[in-house]
Ligand binder design. Structure first.
Ligand SMILES: C[S@@+](CC[C@H](N)C(=O)[O-])C[C@H]1O[C@@H](n2cnc3c(N)ncnc32)[C@H](O)[C@@H]1O
Length: 279
């Protein structure tokens, strides 16, 4: 049965991240890196708290490198920018002159702005309240668009693809890392999925596998440059990290949210990166 509302707990994904507050998973890692993704664990065969941070950095690097970022990119947009880490990285490590990170979590926006100010990057990095499905950028104005582990929340992801296509310049690149939730394959998965949608704000319109994902990107007008299913470098490692640090998963959470999301540790979600170009 398809859910009618996206989430019984949150009015939008911004409310979910406002609720999560500061650095939910690595709150005690003590290295001032506020993280909200599952990481790319290739080559990292260890599970200390710090390894989550390293895997997060590796995922950021992967998405930025896939976008072929450079100082020649006049305008770069990071969609669903979390705590602003990637927007800052685009400026510091890839020398991009003008980067805008967008988000609909006011808490994360405030934290991101503080991060940008701490690094004195206000002249190159802007953080704005804006939805991925209603981009306030002119047509054909963005050189590179990146989005790390956020598009599965967008209502809908296809609407975001259309907005990305409209706002990218011809030749512009869209670089994504994303979670893929296939339709449930059995009774247990059918039971779990609606709770995950509630707890993690996943619209029903985004429940499909990689083949359909690629079709939807193409329907928006993009050509695929590269796509890879990297589940084996994310899921088993993140789960192992999570089971090694159970307190990090539940600390400061409401009971109803924990119940909704516990299936996350067993649902067979997949993880991909995808790079596409606007012809
Ligand atoms: C899993 S977090 C990833 C954050 C960041 N990219 C990272 O990897 O650290 C998902 C992010 O997408 C943002 N988000 C969700 N829906 C959004 C929307 N419709 N428009 C813009 N941002 C959105 C959330 O607020 C959150 O910052």
């Amino acid at each position: 049965m398809t859910k009618t509302n996206v989430s019984a707990l949150f009015q939008d994904a911004g409310a979910l991240y406002d609720f999560m507050g500061h650095a939910p998973l690595d709150y005690d890692a003590g290295d001032n890196v506020s993280l909200v993704n599952l990481g790319y664990w290739k080559g990292l065969n260890a599970y200390s708290k710090k390894h989550l941070a390293r895997s997060n950095q590796a995922l950021f690097q992967l998405v930025c490198q896939n976008a072929q970022l450079s100082e020649k990119d006049d305008f770069v947009a990071d969609i669903g920018c979390g705590f602003g880490n990637v927007a800052v990285l685009c400026a510091t490590d890839f020398n991009c002159p003008s980067v805008t990170g967008i988000n609909i979590s006011q808490y994360q926006i405030d934290q991101s702005i503080e991060r940008v100010e701490r690094q004195n990057l206000q002249h190159r990095v802007a953080i704005k309240y804006m939805s991925a499905t209603d981009l306030q950028f002119p047509d054909n104005s963005v050189d590179k668009m990146i989005s790390t582990e956020a598009a599965f929340h967008f209502d809908s992801r296809s609407d975001f693809f259309r907005e990305a296509y409209r706002t990218l310049k011809p030749g512009g690149i869209l670089s994504l890392a994303d979670m893929v939730y296939n339709q449930p394959a059995n009774a247990l998965e059918r039971k779990i999925l609606p709770h995950l949608q509630d707890g993690l704000y996943i619209p029903s319109a985004n429940i499909y596998g990689l083949n359909e994902y690629i079709e939807k990107i193409r329907e928006a007008g993009f050509e695929i440059m590269d796509v890879e299913n990297i589940t084996s470098w994310v899921r088993p490692y993140f789960r192992r990290w999570a089971f090694s640090h159970p307190v990090n998963l539940v600390i400061n959470r409401k009971f109803s949210w924990i119940v909704s999301t516990v299936g996350f540790l067993v649902y067979p979600w997949e993880y991909i990166y995808l790079v596409a170009v606007k012809p």
